[in-house]
Design a protein around this ligand. Structure first.
Ligand code: GAL
Length: 829
């Protein structure tokens, strides 16, 4: 997030009906004069004739503020594909916006920049076609100058046409990322105008190489000066330089500058540190453009001996793959929702993200820069050979080069980005000549940025190694073949390998089926949280990956499929069967994924703690299942515990069931993982006991060096009695965008969470904010994400409220028949 200066010197302007917002999310590296262009759009979802024309009557269109995902409003319906969320993600949608640009701005370069529009965007200004972009995940800028009416009304119209069967997950639909209006002088720094690298870092000093593009759209040659000032994170100037040059009429050129900075603070995992380069372009004494580029100083290195080194230290990826939706909020980009996702991931121990399978929002990279999370920035899920009938393969030939180059130009100043992924499970890997395309894409990446390696997530073995496709990327990602990491390196000693996608374990939060299910689907369409795979055939429990990584010191680590549950792809419910013609509705109402350790609302499932036990060091212990097994008194319940300590003791109603030692006491879990141990697999990553059920409590005590280090207790709950509200933040910005995430728990009269409660909770929201969304993480719920009510699922649901633009207080009351209601207040400033 950046705060932009509003006035810029001699060229101060005002635009009558445009709001020049100070807060442009995702706008890193953009000129000072960008303004938020998200407000006052009109929307209609329909195939409408002449909707681009100036005099078209749009008076009854829906008023929307961007970012906007039209499909998240639903309704869920099995006439839509469950694979893409059972939501109306396809069809034609039109957006129009009326705006005025002052007469005094004649002669300026005016353009509009979309961070992404889903999809097949065609843009018109005042009835004229001015550009298009099929790929919904890529940002693009369109020059408006030629068709602008200065001093009078203009109308920009955007037609989107996302197709059915064009995605393997929920992509959303609409202008779902931020849009900016850019007003520049004819001589200016264009889009993605700087490229900053730090090739030499020694003894606390760094050379900062800055390549700045300059553009002249005017008819005159001009002498210019470019001054670049580097400020540290506190705003202190730590280096500066000036260059003089000239720009021919209608030309573009790049100026290279080097600034040495000393006492450098490095950007690192969990320890972000960002510098900012301020570029000022002048003609004589007049400033004609200003531009800001946040960047970080860090070294990355990949080698066959140590794997991945960040700032000279070996780092293993404790990574997750993530799709781009924000759960109940849909795909409409929101900075806070993105930040919360990654904070929850970080609390699980995550240090790396793979943006599966497309360029992320600029906000996501901003968040990863800020939190200190490394990123594999992925371009494509398909090349020339399609996976779905209307996938990217239809556009590949015409657009792949531009899309890939633009992704790199947009993202290459982010310290978090450490690799470019040119594809996921691309079907060319099975082709003899697939290496040609791999080489071509690999070369494009190196042409745009030679400071980062390339990668692909392969899922065939040994095909890409036999046909040499894998030799044409720098780092080899393997999806779901943990036992091949060592094998690949033995067979190809020059290769560096990691798990680009792992596990695909599935589960539903707080749900436990007994006996423990392994392959069988359940009549409720839920998957048990004992976490021993009811996934797709290639799935395996997280333990198997941990084990494989321990056995292959040469692997760089893993990227779990996925960090958060996402909309669509409700495996194992629904199918991969071609007989359904690509529709996944056999197991309706399943409509969102079960894969992640965290549900769609951001609530941890048990598996979150299994990863935490492997990826974090602060003493923790977890126990499952819940302890409400009414009617099963005396029956044996398997109890699992996850810890990063050495041993755990289980107490049931105060009575010890003994200590179990990690690494010595194993838990048998069923496994069918190909290549691995079949049948019963003994995992050392879980401790377990079989306990005859009696109501009361189960408690686990974890010991480190023989001392108590962490405790967790679960009590049998009485019937639901009251509601608890917990806001993640009780003070938020009054900017019309900020969010507070409120967890609603159903408690018994003693304050214990009721693990099976499904009470319907009603919300009343008053004051300085509105309801943004509700959810509960149940993959089978067809209730609207926008309703002022939600049923609890496994005792919890989520309410998300958004601030208005005027400061005040938001009062939230949650009530439910038979439960004591609760009110909280959120301040907006
Ligand atoms: C992988 C694929 C992912 C997702 C996953 C589910 O093969 O790359 O996009 O579909 O399977 O297990």
């Amino acid at each position: 997030m950046r705060f932009l200066k509003l006035n810029f010197i001699l060229l101060t302007f005002s635009i009558s009906i445009l709001c020049l917002s100070c807060h442009t999310e995702g706008a890193s590296s953009n000129p000072i004069a960008d303004s938020d262009f998200n407000k006052d759009w009109l929307f209609q979802k329909d195939s409408i004739a002449n909707a681009e024309t100036v005099n078209f009557d749009d008076s009854d269109w829906q008023k929307v503020t961007l970012p906007h995902d039209w499909s998240i409003d639903g309704p869920f319906d099995n006439k839509y594909n469950a694979r893409t969320g059972g939501l109306p993600v396809h069809g034609i949608g039109w957006y129009r916006k009326h705006f005025t640009i002052e007469k005094g701005l004649e002669g300026k370069q005016i353009s509009v920049e979309f961070d992404g529009a889903m999809s097949n965007a065609k843009v018109y200004l005042n009835g004229e076609y001015i550009g298009e972009r099929p790929y919904g995940y890529i940002g693009f800028e369109i020059d408006l100058t030629k068709h602008i009416n200065f001093g009078s009304d203009n109308v920009i119209a955007v037609r989107l046409a996302p197709e059915d069967l064009s995605m393997r997950w929920y992509a959303g639909a609409g202008i779902y990322r931020n849009v900016r209006l850019k007003i520049n002088n004819s001589i200016h720094i264009p889009q993605w105008g700087t490229y900053i690298t730090t090739p030499n870092i020694t003894n606390g000093n760094a050379d900062v190489n800055i390549e700045t593009k300059l553009k002249n759209t005017g008819a005159n040659r001009s002498e210019v000066s470019l001054s670049t000032v580097i400020k540290d994170a506190n705003g202190n100037i730590v280096g500066e330089t000036d260059s003089n040059d000239s720009l021919d009429a209608n030309s573009e050129k790049a100026i290279s500058q080097i600034i040495k900075i000393s006492n450098v603070t490095l950007w690192d995992i969990n320890k972000s540190y960002l510098y900012t380069a301020h570029s000022t372009l002048k003609i004589g004494n007049d400033i004609v453009d200003e531009y800001e580029t946040p960047f970080g100083v860090r070294t990355i290195e990949f080698n066959t001996k140590d794997g991945f080194l960040l700032n000279g230290k070996k780092v293993r990826f404790n990574g997750v793959c993530m799709h781009h939706d924000l759960g109940p909020l849909g795909t409409g980009v929101n900075y806070r929702a993105t930040e919360r996702q990654m904070q929850i991931m970080q609390s699980m121990g995550v240090n790396a993200l793979r943006t599966s399978h497309n360029p992320p929002s600029p906000e996501m990279l901003e968040v990863c820069d800020k939190l200190g999370i490394v990123v594999i920035d992925e371009a494509f899920d398909e090349w020339k050979i399609g996976k779905v009938p209307n996938g990217y393969h239809k556009y590949f030939d015409d657009w792949h080069e531009k899309d890939l180059r633009d992704m790199i130009k947009r993202d290459r100043n982010h310290p978090s980005v450490i690799m470019w992924s040119i594809g996921n499970e691309i079907l060319e890997q099975g082709r003899k000549d697939g290496w040609k395309l791999t080489k071509h894409l690999n070369d494009i990446c190196h042409d745009e940025d030679d400071t980062r390696p390339t990668t692909v997530g392969f899922n065939y073995y040994p095909a890409p190694f036999v046909n040499k496709l894998a030799n044409h990327v720098d780092i080899v990602g393997m999806n779901y073949w943990p036992t091949t990491y060592s094998k690949i390196v033995e067979e190809n000693p020059e290769m560096i390998v990691y798990g680009s996608e792992t596990s695909s374990q599935t589960s539903s939060r707080g749900v436990y089926h007994l006996p423990i299910e392994f392959k069988e689907k359940h009549e409720t369409n839920h998957v048990s949280s004992y976490d021993v795979t009811v996934g797709p055939p290639w799935a395996y429990a997280p333990d198997i990956e941990f084990d494989a990584l321990e056995q292959s010191s040469n692997s760089l680590g893993e990227f779990v499929w996925t960090g958060f549950d996402y909309l669509g792809e409700p495996t194992p419910y629904g199918g991969r069967d071609n007989s359904t013609n690509g529709y996944w509705n056999d197991d309706w109402p399943s409509r969102s994924s079960y894969f992640a350790p965290v549900d769609l609302c951001g609530f941890p499932k048990d598996r979150y703690y299994l990863y935490q036990s492997q990826w974090t060091t602060k003493p923790m212990v977890h126990v499952l299942p819940h302890w409400n097994w009414e009617g099963q008194e005396g029956k044996t319940i398997p109890v699992y515990s996850y810890t990063n300590c050495e041993e755990v003791e289980l107490f049931v109603n105060g009575k010890s069931f003994g200590k179990k030692v990690k690494g010595k006491d194993f838990t048998e879990i069923p496994s069918e993982y190909h290549e691995f141990e079949k049948g019963m697999y003994k995992t050392k990553y879980r401790l377990s006991w079989n306990v005859p059920y009696q109501p009361g409590s189960i408690k686990v005590v974890a010991y480190k060096d023989g001392k108590e280090a962490a405790i967790k207790e679960i009590k049998t709950a009485e019937k639901p009695s009251k509601i608890k509200l917990e806001a993640d933040r009780s003070e938020i910005s009054a900017d019309g965008k900020d969010l507070s995430f409120i967890t609603i728990s159903v408690l018994d009269e003693n304050g214990n969470i009721c693990p099976k409660a499904d009470n319907l909770i009603n919300f009343k929201i008053e004051g300085a904010g509105t309801l943004a969304a509700v959810g509960n993480g149940d993959q089978t719920s067809l209730a609207s994400f926008r309703a002022p009510e939600r049923k609890a699922f496994s005792g919890k649901c989520l309410l998300i409220v958004k601030s208005d633009e005027s400061a005040g207080a938001i009062s939230i009351t949650a009530s439910s028949a038979g439960l004591t209601q609760e009110t909280i207040s959120i301040l907006t400033k």
